[in-house]
Ligand binder design. Structure first.
Ligand SMILES: [Zn+2]
Length: 132
């Protein structure tokens, strides 16, 4: 379960037309970001129709959740004069705020140079010093 949701995603979910916001979760991959599970973004299914006994027919996308069907238009609703942006329903995804979309928490790791590589570099440097 993600701990931090992007504000943009929460704003979309708070739209009065949204009847239900279903959190889409992914399995946590080891070593990956714990907020998004290594996907790089967080997603909601924002239903504008429901609960239903069967999926809405026509240009709708539907999801089965808690024993009921929830549907949303399968297209972007153009903005009305009172709204600033087009309304997005159905599956909406926003970049994960914890890893900023790079899917893992980058930790600096010191890897010591192998001994033979160090010797080789020293030999090359010595040879170059002789040429000068
Ligand atoms: Zn993340």
């Amino acid at each position: 379960m993600p701990k931090t949701y992007p504000e943009r995603l929460l704003t979309l979910a708070r739209n009065p037309k949204v009847k239900k916001a279903i959190v889409l979760e992914y399995a946590q991959e080891p070593g990956q970001c714990e907020n998004c599970g290594g996907i790089g973004f967080l997603s909601f299914f924002l239903a504008t129709i429901g609960p239903l006994e069967s999926p809405a027919e026509g240009r709708f996308v539907s999801k089965f959740h808690d024993g009921k069907w929830w549907s949303a238009p399968g297209y972007i609703e153009p903005a009305k004069d009172s709204e600033k942006t087009n309304m997005r329903f159905g599956t909406v995804s926003v970049k994960c705020p914890t890893c900023n979309g790079i899917r893992r928490i980058v930790q600096a790791e010191y890897i010591p140079m192998p001994e033979e590589v160090r010797i080789k570099i020293a030999q090359i440097k010595a040879r170059m010093a002789v040429r000068k």
